[in-house]
Design a protein around this ligand. Structure first.
Ligand code: ACO
Length: 329
């Protein structure tokens, strides 16, 4: 059996729910303004999943497109991974629910819990399986229904998040294009900066946790801001160094879409012009693990990343976790 050390993205697919919530809509719900949200975050609107539209349903829609794009059938998929912090339920895993939905019955299935860095963590897991020859056809999805864990009475957080899903199929490559390097990191000591207090084994749900809004995202935004800029920059530089490159080699940076000011600060540190930094935060807000997934796919679909280009993904999120990936397209 020929084992390839190079992994390629051979199919991509995005899905966004239809409903759009604009900043002007939010002005009618909480004490905020389009001007504040736009200047402080870069977000103009976000998509909101329908009440009966779960994370797995969105993931399955993105997955079908990616599998078709790769020229495969669902039955060819050997491993399904879903990066998400908004699983349909604690178990079964969202990946198992996607498997049933798309009828990929030959696949093993698992979820990845690395918050906004989940998609980059997923690429790294897939790469290990492909480099060891264990699997050849892997489906990776970043999918989130963040609006289901958003406190719509908290203006500090509710303006930030949106729903969506991005997927790709990963296969061995036999040329030098594909994933060149991946660097991951985490700091569990700072987990309290971004978390959901209740609903897990530490603080099971009860009437009090519901009354106190403890099932929603709690975030220390300004403290996270500084760590995000530092870690996303360091991760990108580190991943480039791993394959003998520097930020000068970047054709397109695809950063996690938490805040346009974070994105610009990272771009500035890497000395990249705005044209070399891809954003979709203005249309979709922060979709956690689905942000990098959908942004990368969009950049490829729009021709902003072309054959031979060097794309660098750099992610940061709850955990804290971070990670970067260098791809020769
Ligand atoms: N509308 C109007 N005013 C607001 C709003 C709002 N929606 N939200 C907050 N404010 C006010 C605050 O009350 C505060 O007022 P005060 O000075 O009178 O107290 C003022 O605006 C400034 O608040 P800050 O929190 O200091 O604002 P900041 O400039 O830091 O922006 C933000 C907040 C957007 C959250 C920013 O800190 C951020 O993006 N942080 C990083 C987030 C991040 O990286 N998260 C990790 C990834 S996400 C994930 O893993 C799911």
């Amino acid at each position: 059996m020929k084992i390839s050390k190079i992994m390629k993205i051979t199919g991509i697919g995005n899905y966004f729910p239809k409903k759009i919530l604009t900043n002007n809509d939010l002005e009618k719900m909480i004490d905020t303004s389009d001007e504040w949200i736009t200047t402080r975050t870069g977000i103009k609107q976000r998509r909101i999943a329908a009440e009966d539209e779960s994370t797995s349903a969105m993931a399955a829609k993105a997955a079908r497109k990616a599998i078709k794009g790769a020229g495969l059938k669902p039955s060819d998929i050997e491993l399904i991974m879903v990066a998400t912090i908004t699983p349909d339920m604690n178990f079964p895993s969202t990946a198992c629910l996607v498997q049933a939905e798309i009828k990929a019955f030959n696949a093993a299935s698992l979820d990845i819990g690395a918050a906004c860095s989940g998609y980059v963590y997923g690429l790294s897991i897939a790469r290990a399986y492909i480099a060891s020859g264990v699997y050849k056809n892997i489906l990776l999805i970043g999918a989130e229904k963040l609006t289901s864990i958003t406190d719509w009475t908290d203006r500090n957080t509710c303006v930030l998040f949106g729903d969506g899903a991005g997927a790709c199929v990963l296969q061995p490559g036999y040329t030098n294009s594909g994933i060149q390097s991946i660097l991951l990191g985490s700091d569990g000591r700072k987990g309290g900066l971004l978390y959901i207090p209740a609903g897990g084994s530490k603080m099971p749900s009860n009437q009090q946790t519901v009354n106190e809004h403890l099932h929603f995202i709690k975030m220390k935004g300004s403290e996270l801001f500084k760590v995000a800029v530092t870690k996303m920059t360091e991760a990108a530089v580190g991943a480039l160094e791993m394959c003998g490159m520097t930020p000068d080699d970047i054709d397109m940076l695809v950063p996690h879409q938490a805040n346009i000011r974070i994105i610009r600060a990272v771009g500035k540190k890497l000395k990249l012009s705005d044209e070399r930094v891809y954003t979709n935060i203005e249309h979709y807000g922060n979709m956690s693990s689905a942000s990098i997934a959908t942004a990368l796919n969009e950049a490829v679909i729009k021709g902003r990343i072309r054959k031979g280009n060097i794309a660098v993904l750099t992610a940061f999120g709850g955990g804290l976790t971070w990670g970067a990936c260098v791809i020769k397209w």
